[in-house]
Design a protein around this ligand. Structure first.
Ligand code: PEP
Ligand code: MN
Length: 343
């Protein structure tokens, strides 16, 4: 249920409504918008339906939400969410997140070289994996905490926020120490314990779509994070499994406008993992921006043939610069801003 509060209600009246909801054994999630204040009432289905919410003084309207996700829904929040990621970078509501960097953190020097190049090209968030979800247990698994330390150091030196994957609840504390944003990978989209754990932090979460997940599955996973009080979830389309082996996955660009109708959360697109092909990444990045994506995630490496992970799909720095030049033109056409990361 969503409670719409009467206009001009005082903080004291709001407090009373929240206290009353909590005294019914339910959770109240207050959202103060520009024009109205709403309270999401969360709890066991029947308990919420039977609660006499309309009788609480100050309540103007009680609206049922029929979707299984509540806090993530457009009904709950009409305006697009806009999140601060740090270093002057905003995401959502017309601000584009340009995430770039190598698949894995391999060393300080090489990360600095790649980071410097992508920042010069206009990237505003630096990526790099320290814990890698590799299909083979014999493949490079990432540098772990050493990698996190390098990522933080390079991000700070370049004045860029950083994002890195967290694969396990046991890694949340350590990753939280170094990163500006958690990444939940496609393989962990429905690791509900992990989602709740990052939900208990107050760091933004980049939630990648599972390779066989639909929009409802993705939004239910976002709901796990939101329900813990962490509001900053950014969704990411990165391709789904298909019968066609000519691309690594199948990029589902329709997910972007589809999600826009269902949710206020920003959604970005990762054409690197979606296509696995450097020749297809630039055109798909442009199509994503034209389709309303709130950002683009691209893997870049200065020496792809020596990369320890996902080398074949990495763009060279000059290729990234070229696509960024085109994205900038499109962004201007669609009235979007690419915030500059500032140290
Ligand atoms: C990655 O970003 O390096 C990654 C492993 O992505 P995904 O979870 O989408 O496969
Ligand atoms: Mn990768």
């Amino acid at each position: 249920m969503i409670i719409v509060v009467k206009p001009n209600s005082t903080d004291e009246q709001l407090r009373h409504i929240v206290d009353t909801i909590e005294s019914m054994g339910l959770k109240a999630d207050l959202s103060k918008g520009l024009h109205r204040t709403v309270i999401g009432v969360i709890g066991e289905e029947d308990a919420v339906r039977n609660a006499p919410l309309g009788a609480i003084p100050g309540v103007e309207e009680v609206l049922p939400i029929l979707k299984p996700y509540k806090l993530a829904s457009r009904e709950y929040q009409k305006e697009d969410s806009v999140f601060d990621i740090g270093f002057g970078v905003k995401v959502g509501g017309g601000n584009l997140a340009m995430i770039a960097g190598p698949c894995a953190i391999e060393g300080e020097e090489i990360l600095f070289e790649i980071g410097k190049a992508v920042k010069a090209a206009g990237a505003n968030i630096l990526r790099g994996g320290a814990y890698k979800p590799r299909t083979s247990p014999y493949a490079f698994q990432g540098l772990g905490e050493d990698g996190l330390r390098i990522l933080r150091k390079v991000g700070d030196a370049l004045g860029m926020p950083v994002v890195t994957e967290v694969m396990d609840t046991r890694q949340v504390e350590i990753v939280n120490k170094y990163t500006d944003m958690f990444q939940i990978g496609a393989r962990n989209m429905q690791n509900f314990n992990l989602l709740s754990e990052v939900g208990q932090t107050r760091k933004p979460v980049l939630l990648k779509r599972g390779m066989s997940a639909g929009p409802t599955d993705l939004l239910m996973s976002a709901e796990y994070v939101l329900a813990q009080g962490n509001k900053r979830v950014i969704l990411c389309e990165r391709g789904i499994k298909s019968f066609d082996s000519s691309t690594r996955n199948l990029l589902d660009l329709a997910l972007v406008p589809n999600i826009k109708g269902l949710s206020h959360l920003p959604i970005i697109v990762d054409p690197s993992h979606a296509t696995g092909r450097p020749d297809l990444i630039p055109p798909m990045a442009l199509a994503a921006v034209a389709g309303g994506a709130d950002g683009i995630h691209i893997e870049v490496h200065s020496c792809p043939e020596k990369a320890l992970s996902d080398g074949p799909q990495a763009l060279l720095p000059h290729q990234y610069e070229a696509v960024m030049g085109q994205i900038r033109k499109l962004a201007a056409l669609f009235n979007k801003t690419i915030p500059e990361a500032k140290g």
